[in-house]
Design a protein around this ligand. Structure first.
Ligand code: KIV
Length: 265
């Protein structure tokens, strides 16, 4: 099985080929997903909600993230492993370096952090020290209390322009990948075209370079609210591995997400 690296993702963008990302938090799901043509496994701090039963990602600690990253690494069959820097583990550039070092030593091959222009120095310092970075823009769940809930971002003109500026600032600082969550599909398209680095979307329409879903959502294992951008792949007697395979195939052939999974401005 070939190994997905940061270069694979950049090549996908250049060749206009889509790539598939899914979250996993343990060795078994990591093995199933990475054996099923999934390119990137995100050890997301969404584990706070789907695994720990918390009502947000805020209680997740660096120790939790390292524990789950290590488990995912053990099951991985060649996907690139991206791990979230949890809430307040990157409040200063120095803290971000220390936290990222622990995540990388646990098995991450890229770290993800949430926020825009205020992270320019942090991203530059991480990048210069050999730590690949994904910058998460749009609905950044660690800001839930500041946003007053989980809301689509970038709906008005000023916010949309600011998000494009933030994306370009992150690229200039050395970010390797961007992730856009819950933004209008048109904005995601414009933003994806305005940078040279790959953009992963969730609730961001079909024009980003890659797509990500939380595995518990796409396997129909979420007993709570099902977001509009989710599709349940665990149907028609499929195994979990088949569900991952069909998801990866639909992302790559452009049939997921459909217009019904996106948001308008
Ligand atoms: O933590 C996570 O699972 C995420 C995705 C929702 C993109 O950040």
């Amino acid at each position: 099985m070939s190994k997905t690296t940061i270069n694979t993702l950049h090549q996908c963008k250049q060749d206009n080929r889509k790539f598939a990302v899914v979250t996993a938090y343990d060795a078994t799901f990591s093995h199933l997903a990475s054996s099923a043509d999934i390119d990137v496994i995100l050890v997301g701090d969404s584990l706070g909600m789907v695994f720990q039963g918390q009502d947000s990602t805020v209680p997740v600690t660096l120790e939790h993230m390292c524990y789950h990253t290590d488990a995912v690494k053990k099951g991985n069959q060649g996907a690139l492993i991206m791990s979230d820097l949890p809430f307040m583990s990157y409040a200063t550039p120095e803290q971000a370096i220390e936290s990222s070092a622990l995540l990388m030593q646990a098995g991450a091959e890229m770290v993800k952090l949430e926020g825009g222009a205020w992270l320019v120095d942090t991203v530059a310092m991480l990048s210069e020290r050999g730590i690949p970075v994904c910058a998460h823009l749009g609905l950044t769940p660690q800001y839930v209390h500041k946003f007053g809930g989980y809301k689509v971002q970038g709906r008005d003109d000023a916010a949309a322009k600011q998000m494009i500026k933030d994306a370009q600032a992150m690229e200039a600082a050395g970010a390797d990948v961007l992730l856009l969550e819950c933004v209008p599909s048109e904005l995601a398209k414009t933003l994806t075209e305005s940078v040279n680095i790959p953009v992963i979307g969730i609730g961001a329409g079909s024009d980003t370079d890659g797509q990500v879903l939380v595995c518990y959502d796409m396997l129909g294992m979420n007993p709570g609210h099902i977001p509009k951008f989710v599709k349940n792949y665990m149907i028609e007697g499929r195994t979990i591995q088949q569900a991952f395979e069909v998801y990866a195939q639909e992302v790559k052939d452009g049939s997921f997400p459909g217009p019904e999974h996106g948001f308008k401005a």
